[in-house]
Write a protein that binds this ligand. Sequence first.
Ligand SMILES: Cc1ncc(COP(=O)(O)O)c(C=O)c1O
Length: 458
Amino acid sequence: MDLGLLLSLDKKLIWHPYTQMKDFEQRDLLFIDRAEGVYLYDGYGKRYFDTISSWWCIIHGHNHPTIAERIRKQLGRLDQIHFAGTTHEGPIGLAQRLKEILPDRLCKFFYSDNGSTAVEVALKMSFQYWKNIGVDNRQLFVSLERGYHGDTLGTMSLGGVPAFEGPFSHLTFDSLKVPAPYCYRCPAGLERYEPGKGRRCSLECFDLLEDRVRQRADSVCAVVVEPLLMGAGGMLVYPEGYLTRLRGLCDDIGAHLILDEVATGFGRTGKMFAFEHAGVIPDFLCLSKGITGGTLPLAVTVTTRHVFDAFYADYDQGKTFFHGHTFTANPICTASALGSLDVFDREDVLQVVSDRASFLQKEKERLLDLPMVGDVRGIGMVAAFELVMDKDDRKPFDSKMRVGWQVYLEGLKRGLILRPLSDVIYLFLPLCTTKAQIGTILEATADTIKQVAKRVGV
Ligand SMILES: Cc1ncc(COP(=O)(O)O)c(C=O)c1O
């Protein structure tokens, strides 16, 4: 079909996610026609780097042949089957493979089909666990301001990004939200934590959390966080020690620790899972996005034998976990996930990415000298640049100026997809991005920022 016609039909028929459709009254959406490796190609053949891994899920690049082959083989065999009372090879094989790369304690696998449901399952399981063992007072979830765990009402109840959850505040349940470990704007008013360098904090932000949590220790059901990298809240990177102390606190007060690795899982932070950096083991681990290499939707909530046992009972005891989705453990999606794990093994991805990640983390620092760039942060294959009006006092731009959006539009001209989080510009790169490509992307990002800075007069 003609490209112009497709674009006008899109405007006529479709309502896009996280999009103010009026922004596209005078402009077209970016029409992507095909993809290969780290590149996307628009309807005119123009090439873009997939700098945000297609919403943080692409791991080995687009259309990886190993994943494509697994999917092709599966398609002729079993396409879809409900997962209650039936089973099939894909999810069994996948659980076995995941078990091999996870700590022994994490050994029970509950499948669903997206990141929000992976977290929603953990919340419901944790909540019901306490009921099942006869503890009625543990009903409070603790989460971080600026945290993000999905768009369902349950996960929004723990979210801390006001723009996303604000309109729904009357629909969500109460939770205890504590200040985020946002080093650039430290909630305890200190300078940045930099291991081995200059002035160090002692994780006073964790003290804030601990004080608040201890006051309600007996009622806490679980603490839910994104480990080390808080994505949608602004790509905030926080120290490993925070997670270690959080695990200790949960143990001490007897609450569950839920780690939402929907965005950080599968190598993005340089290790297979972000919790490995801190050497902690959660009671619930939520995985999705990159689990299939990013090709198809799938999620899994992994928990312990101990949690599972609290649900294992004669049916009439009412301890069953009544939760499930139509496409739970879909055979084609699990085939894609197995293909992605094959790629990790065959191409020694974690080894290869370590050099690329170090390069990105070192080179990203150069952008701190640019106008508007107040902070540069990152981990693994993720780098973020917080744009501010005044670098000395960290004054943010007036949101009406839409500086992040301007950077996005300018980036498109340079073949980058810099979809911002407010005024935070970030790179969330596929693990297959080479050092040469990283260099090109950083240079083009710097040019983009300079251009917009000139336009806004900073
Ligand atoms: C940490 C985290 N949790 C949960 C989700 C929700 O995942 P989904 O969009 O697949 O529902 C996201 C999505 O960005 C995420 O970053």
